[in-house]
Design a protein around this ligand. Structure first.
Ligand code: ADP
Length: 300
């Protein structure tokens, strides 16, 4: 029996891609897609040729996070063409194939695997420095197929995104063990939503009871500062949101012998950027996540 023709086709297609990075998470909702999108923006801003492939079949959020909702994919004689955000940032997502974004995808394993294979085999990326693959959460059948398909062509490794609390970290351990078992190097772990950092001007929700009435103390403080020291309004106030008394992802990384890439704070500006399909690096003002993300990209 000769080599699997699909694997041969994938290897041929991926021959023009220098680096392949898989983005994983133990759970959904920890910011895996947000990180995949911002990492792609950051790499593209460094003038690399970047492809972002979203294979989170049941919850493709990448089109929205790159401002590409409602776009169609076109086919040429070279294959499916990605949708381009910038001339050096192309995106391919199952989301482009759904008739409407509210549609649920209820597919069984073989059909999902078939689509992933097709994505790897039939998308015409051209020359790429980086292919960032946004995988579904967990360690399912899809992960095993993705890894098998990508391993045939060489994969640089995986970045695992988590939040700081134990319930999330337990699943990251599973994810790290999965990578070890299938032989994918762990490039590192990112702790997302790690503390809430906001400029003082955004603290509108702090209230204080005064004479039995609720007055918004922060409004008063902000008003005072606007007059006396407007530059201080950009001071950052930080607080923990999730319990990280267990030492968070950094400690877990030491225990498991994998690199810790850094922390990204919960940042309303990052959430806004994701909602608007924009890069958080463009609008730096008041954004606390952009420098943190930049540091992480520098480490890769
Ligand atoms: P996942 O891909 O892990 O399911 P998403 O990337 O879709 O998670 O993120 C879930 C939600 O959290 C999105 O609305 C996203 O904008 C928001 N989010 C992710 N990371 C941050 C952060 N560091 N600060 C603020 N909001 C964030």
């Amino acid at each position: 029996k000769g080599p699997d023709p699909d694997l041969v086709a994938i290897a041929e297609r991926m021959a023009t891609v220098k680096h392949k990075i898989l983005i994983l998470s133990g759970k959904g909702g920890v910011g895996k897609s947000t990180f995949s999108a911002q990492l792609s923006f950051a790499l593209a801003a460094k003038d690399f040729q970047v492809g972002l492939m979203d294979i989170d079949i049941c919850g493709p959020s990448i089109p929205k996070m790159l401002g590409l909702e409602g776009q169609d994919i076109h086919q040429s004689n070279l294959g499916w063409s990605p949708v381009y955000v910038e001339s050096n940032l192309g995106v391919m997502s199952i989301g482009f194939m759904l008739p409407n974004p509210d549609e649920a995808v209820i597919w069984r394993g073989p059909r999902k695997n078939g689509l992933i294979k097709q994505f790897l085999k039939d998308v015409y990326w051209g020359e790429l420095d980086f292919l960032v693959v946004d995988a579904p959460p967990g360690t399912s059948d899809e992960h095993i197929s993705i890894v098998q398909f990508l391993q045939a062509t060489g994969i640089d490794g995986a970045i695992i995104v988590t939040t700081p609390q134990q319930v999330s970290l337990i699943d990251v351990r599973k994810e790290v063990n999965f990578c070890k078992k299938v032989g994918v190097p762990v490039l590192g772990v990112v702790e997302n939503m790690s503390g809430l950092c906001q400029p003082l001007r955004d603290f509108r929700f702090l209230k204080m009871a005064e004479n039995g009435e609720h007055t918004d103390l922060t409004e008063k403080v902000i008003e005072y500062m606007r007059e006396k020291a407007p530059e201080m309004l950009d001071l950052i106030a930080a607080s923990e949101v999730f319990d990280s008394s267990g030492g968070g992802a950094a400690k877990m990384c030491t225990e498991m012998g994998v690199p810790f890439l850094g922390k990204v704070p919960l940042d309303p500006q990052l959430c806004k950027a994701a909602e608007e399909g924009k890069s958080c690096f463009a609008e730096q003002k008041c954004s606390t996540s952009a420098p943190a993300l930049k540091n992480i990209v520098e480490k890769l």
